[in-house]
Design a protein around this ligand. Structure first.
Ligand SMILES: NC(=O)C1=CN([C@@H]2O[C@H](COP(=O)(O)OP(=O)(O)OC[C@H]3O[C@@H](n4cnc5c(N)ncnc54)[C@H](O)[C@@H]3O)[C@@H](O)[C@H]2O)C=CC1
Ligand SMILES: O=C(O)C(=O)[C@H](O)COP(=O)(O)O
Length: 381
């Protein structure tokens, strides 16, 4: 069995090595010339699985993308050839929720504002949107959800229309897939007119796909609404984002909101689970088999944490300021965006850190995603 895979997928040998021959390439370079005898193709979001690639792979049985988004895959062309495919739903939901939470806490600290009592609007209440919503609610934020497909499907949560969300939210977070057709198409969902509905000092977070927000219109909006704050992880025209927009963002990162160690391994592992029969696996080892020990695993708190303490702890796990600085240093250099992604700061999920602290805040830490156990003495470690 021959597997062609993106070289940026971790633990490929540990997971698939015993069952197949693995050939790896940089994701953007996987094309017709690399897949001639591939039976399984494992990719991430930067490989375009289009008709030309599919035609060049006569032995292809399965395409797996270790991501949630699959706008880079021509699923109709695969289905027409009878090739099965899978994405990895939910693999990076916690990572994205934690990225957004860390970014919000960091920006709030810079501006000296409380988050509690503010309204956060989530556009797209699926896995990543729900993970973000849960953390915002734990901070005491009022959460609004907009998701017409889920609302039509009978999801019992309370939803609002997009106009209501945009006019009422202090923070607007985008968590939709990129789609270009149909009633729910998201390409330029936030165009000039919709950006104009936001409060003048609203914060906008885009951690889904750059093209969901009209980046040119966003630049114009920010120029006329300097109080608006931007947290941007994704960009139109990746890997060449508009330098002007990078400079206007408060927090700018190179499409790594979903890049925790756990999320990347989970994405591969979900594909391994899908391939059990094809690879004749007796069993799929649990994900923990592949997880390294976190460098810092326990943190003791001697007093209830204020918002500034939450920010410090979040950044102990993931130093988003450092990621932002690095991105700006490299921004504009040829190949800089992809180099930044490859050399992104290693980041564990909050669950890798056990918080030992006052009992009254155990529920808060747990809702934010951390591991918790009560401080038995009530006064610290
Ligand atoms: N920056 C990063 O590293 C990451 C980016 N993403 C992006 O975020 C997207 C969302 O990820 P998940 O939450 O895991 O996907 P999901 O499929 O669980 O949720 C997406 C939600 O958006 C809703 N939706 C679709 N069209 C909509 C519209 N027009 N308006 C409002 N809601 C709409 C869907 O009904 C669904 O509930 C992915 O498709 C991917 O493009 C995901 C993970 C990491
Ligand atoms: O899951 C998704 O969808 C994402 O956006 C990925 O986290 C992006 O990572 P790469 O696939 O581009 O490495």
């Amino acid at each position: 069995m021959i597997i062609v895979a993106d070289e940026n997928m971790p633990a490929l040998d540990a997971m698939f090595g015993g069952h197949a021959e693995i050939r790896t390439y940089p994701g953007r370079e996987i094309g017709p010339d690399q897949v001639g005898d591939a039976e399984i193709l494992l990719v991430r979001s930067v490989t375009r699985v289009d008709p030309a690639l599919i035609e060049a792979a006569p032995r292809l049985k399965f395409v797996g993308t270790a991501t949630i988004g699959f706008d880079h895959i021509d699923t109709r062309a695969l289905e027409a050839r009878g090739i099965s495919w899978s994405n990895a739903p939910g693999c990076n939901a916690e990572a994205v929720g934690e990225y957004v939470l860390t970014a919000l806490l960091t920006l709030a600290e810079r501006l000296g504002v409380p988050l509690k009592g503010r309204t956060l609007g989530v556009i797209g209440a699926g896995n990543t949107g729900s993970a973000t919503a849960a953390r915002a609610a734990a901070l005491g934020m009022r959460v609004l959800l907009n998701d017409p497909p889920k609302q039509r499907g009978g999801d019992p949560r309370a939803f609002v229309d997009l106009g209501t969300l945009l006019t009422q939210s202090d923070v607007v977070c985008c968590h939709v897939p990129l789609s270009r057709q149909g009633a729910d198409a998201t390409f330029h969902l936030l165009d000039a007119a919709r950006l104009g509905l936001m409060k003048a000092n609203a914060w906008l977070v885009n951690a889904c796909r750059g093209e969901v927000v009209d980046n040119g219109a966003l630049i114009a909006h920010k120029r006329t609404h300097p109080e608006c704050r931007l947290i941007l992880d994704v960009w139109e025209g990746e890997p060449n984002p508009m330098a002007e927009l990078v400079a206007l963002a408060e927090i700018a990162t190179p499409h790594i909101a979903g890049y925790s160690v756990e999320a990347k391994l989970r994405g591969n592992w979900l594909l391994l689970s899908r391939l059990g029969e094809t690879l004749a696996l007796d069993e799929v080892p649990p994900l923990t088999t592949y997880l390294p020990q976190a460098a810092i695993s326990t943190l003791g708190l001697s007093a209830p944490a204020a918002q500034s303490d939450l920010a410090r702890v979040a950044r102990l796990v993931y130093d988003i300021d450092a990621q932002d600085r690095r991105f700006r240093e490299w921004s504009g250099q040829v190949g800089g965006f992809d180099r930044q992604r490859k050399a992104h700061l290693e980041r564990r999920e909050f669950m890798s850190l056990t918080i030992v602290g006052p009992a009254e805040q155990a529920a808060l830490w747990s809702q934010l995603g951390f591991n918790t156990r009560e401080n038995l003495h009530g006064t610290g470690l």
